[in-house]
Design a protein around this ligand. Structure first.
Ligand code: GLN
Length: 547
């Protein structure tokens, strides 16, 4: 049975709970333990699939096809453990399960209440797969005191009582604000936050205190005393230059030791931090810089493309260069010529997206990359736009477009080179979808295999002809146009195993132009950069040498 670590937050949001959880997971691995990380989100959406990336950041997709919170991306990037559907849950999902059971009569006519029915549903979620790992790290979204979060806090309190003694600990993140006028760090908000937590029956074992200034010993003692936490379990979390510094920084502050002490694991196995030392060495000893333009839609919020930004950083680490990514709003190209905006970049990336807005600009970016021999990586919508560009400008399909845009506009304006797929194969099953399915849950989601042409550039990059990558889309490139596009020079170099769905296209005779229907960024790690991103950055380095 796994030991459980519950991670909660107080004082303010955005303290880096996800990062602290991920870093702790990495440190426990470094000491030889197996881990799994989970996220419990108090919001009422059933899953983040339908939430705007502007509001909630990226939707992170798991191999088994769940649309989850971007924190699961952090967990995977730090631990390399592939997240599952059962690692993410929201209040909406919990309540919807409970109500479904109630309708089915599972509760035998009893009155349904938050305690015990909702809390039991949460505890059942926590227990899934408990026998598989040494440590289960469960992060509760939001901050203590939030109305929506209460059933989660109640459930983790009960969980601690249900388990044998010493099987669960609670780690709480808070903020120590600095008052410039008096030159002091203030501990009162932390004290209040812990008080709030204790009022609902949870006494934290470890306190992680975010601070922009060094925490004096005196203040640490005071926090320990007033919050009823051991002094060496008051861990300082200072601002970092890179998120990948977190495992080493937390280790230096004694986080993993404090956690093992709280469980009474003694002697603690010695950590092997070589992986993170190498990651930091690559980050801090980069030589040179490449400039990559990301032409997208959700450019105002950095979190909207979190995994892409991280995967580019990993690609830079693989080549020991810094990657300076600049986000360009695709809609600018509706009004202005693309060339002046894109000249000077060593590579262009067009990420995924939904809806027609900005797509003509993305098509122009693909055209610029093709005609100027600039490395291009098109991801999902970015691949579809590259295919439309090829169809319109090279293969003579003047009105090429995507059914997605006609569907949205309610009129037929395009010849659908990219069309709405209603049925496909996953493993040994046929998956069908009606066009009137509700917005959530109608996509091709999760890991699918692709077979690569052995003579293609992608096969060389992957060093394999069979790959598995994660998908999240409704529309597909139509193989009806394959012959015409291949004659024009756009090779379909990766296909679904049944040969029906184009997974990868690449321009022949171009230094590096690849479009992929899947999201390679979701599988990249700092200690194992994704081959496509590593090679894309390598190609950018080559371009930078030419200019
Ligand atoms: N909107 C496109 C589709 O649904 C692309 C989706 C994406 O880029 N993730 O097929």
């Amino acid at each position: 049975m796994a030991r459980y670590i519950f991670i909660t937050g107080g004082v303010v949001s955005s303290l880096g709970k996800g990062l602290a959880s991920a870093a702790l997971g990495a440190l426990l691995q470094a000491r030889g333990f197996s881990v799994r990380l989970r996220k419990l989100d108090p919001y009422l959406n059933v899953d983040p699939g339908t939430m705007s990336p502007f509001e909630h950041g990226e939707v992170f997709v798991t191999d088994d096809g769940a649309e989850t919170d971007l924190d699961l991306g952090h967990y995977e990037r730090f631990t390399g453990v592939a997240a599952r559907k059962t690692d993410s849950v929201s209040s909406g999902r919990i309540y919807s399960n409970v109500l479904e059971k109630e309708r089915r009569g599972d509760y035998l006519g009893r009155t349904i209440q938050v305690i015990p029915h909702v809390t039991n549903e949460i505890k059942d979620f926590l227990k899934v797969g408990a026998d598989e790992v040494d440590f289960m790290l469960c992060e509760i979204g939001g901050t203590v005191g939030d109305i929506e979060g209460l059933p989660f806090f109640e459930a983790i309190r009960q969980f601690g009582q249900d388990m044998p003694r010493g099987q669960c600990i609670y780690m709480h993140l808070t903020l120590l604000p600095y008052l410039a006028a008096s030159g002091e760090l203030k501990t009162k908000p932390t004290q209040h936050s812990v008080k709030e937590l204790r009022a609902i029956g949870i006494a934290p074992d470890v306190l992680v205190c975010r601070s922009e200034h060094p925490i004096p010993e005196r203040e640490r003692e005071k926090i320990a005393l007033f919050c009823n936490v051991r002094k060496d379990a008051v861990i300082a979390a200072y601002d970092l230059t890179s998120i990948y510094e977190a495992p080493l920084a937390y280790h230096a502050q004694g986080l993993d030791q404090a956690v093992l002490d709280a469980f009474g694991i003694s002697p603690a196995p010695r950590p092997n931090l070589a992986r993170w030392e190498d990651v930091m060495d690559r980050l801090t000893h980069a030589e040179g810089e490449v400039r990559v333009a990301i032409v997208g839609k959700y450019t105002q919020l950095e979190d909207a493309y979190k995994s892409i930004a991280e995967a580019l950083t990993h690609g830079g680490m693989a080549n020991r260069v810094r990657v300076r990514a600049q986000w360009i709003d695709a809609e600018i190209f509706d009004r202005e010529d693309a060339a002046p905006h894109l000249e000077g970049f060593h590579a262009i990336l067009v990420p995924g997206g939904f809806g027609e807005r900005g797509t003509e600009g993305k098509i122009k970016a693909a055209e610029f990359a093709r005609t100027h021999n600039v490395p291009y990586l098109g991801i999902c919508l970015g691949m579809q736009m590259a295919v439309i560009e090829a169809a319109r400008n090279v293969a003579g399909v003047a009105k090429a477009g995507s059914e997605e845009f006609d569907h949205e506009a309610g009129e037929k304006r395009f010849e659908p080179v990219v069309y709405h797929l209603k049925e496909w194969i996953q493993g040994n099953h046929v998956i069908a979808r009606k066009s009137d399915d509700d917005k959530g849950g109608t996509m091709r989601l999760g890991a699918y295999s692709a077979v690569l042409d052995a003579s293609s550039k992608v096969a060389e990059i992957y060093g394999a002809t069979q790959i598995e990558e994660r998908h999240r889309h409704r529309y597909e490139v139509d193989t009806k146009y394959r012959d015409r596009l291949e004659k024009a020079g756009l090779k379909f170099s990766g296909m679904s195993p049944d040969g029906r769905l184009p997974e990868i296209v690449e321009w022949q005779g171009h230094p590096w132009f690849i479009g992929v229907q899947f999201h390679p960024e979701l599988k990249s790690k700092p200690f194992a950069p994704h081959p496509l991103f590593a090679d894309f950055v390598r190609a950018a380095v080559e371009t930078s040498r030419l200019v």
